[in-house]
Design a protein. Structure first.
Length: 128
């Protein structure tokens, strides 16, 4: 069942619904999307949009793209996965801005919840 947009919900104050608006965003994909490609996109976006003031964001995101490429290619997968996780922790806690600090979340989520997309097993067909 698809969600039908109801414009009347757009004008209801959050207090009436007993909820709080936050900056939380959820992205939903169907089961046919390549999550490794999405993780790579997150790192690539960070590398492109980085202001360059801090090393974790400026260099770490570029190395993140390279590391994801190595994992997907099957080059020393275990070591590169550990490196990517370490790099994400450095980005998360060492970046000066929210861009670098929040880029690791979709990457780590994809890595932990969809390891088969990174080549750690056979990818299921979308219909299965």
């Amino acid at each position: 069942m698809l969600f039908k947009y109801d414009p009347s919900l757009a004008v209801v104050p959050p207090t009436v619904l007993k909820m709080r608006l936050t900056w939380l965003t959820r992205v939903v994909f169907d089961d046919g999307v390549d999550m490794a490609a999405q993780a790579r996109f997150a790192m690539e976006f960070c590398a492109h949009e980085s202001c360059g003031k801090c090393t974790p964001c400026r260099i770490g995101s570029t190395r993140g793209v390279e590391t994801i490429d190595k994992i997907v290619a099957g080059t020393d997968r275990a070591a590169n996965t550990a490196l990517l996780e370490d790099l994400c922790q450095t980005l998360k806690f060492g970046s000066l801005c929210a861009l670098g600090g929040f880029t690791p979340y979709p990457v780590l989520s994809a890595l932990h919840h969809f390891p088969e997309d990174f080549g750690a097993g056979g990818k299921l067909a979308a219909a299965e």
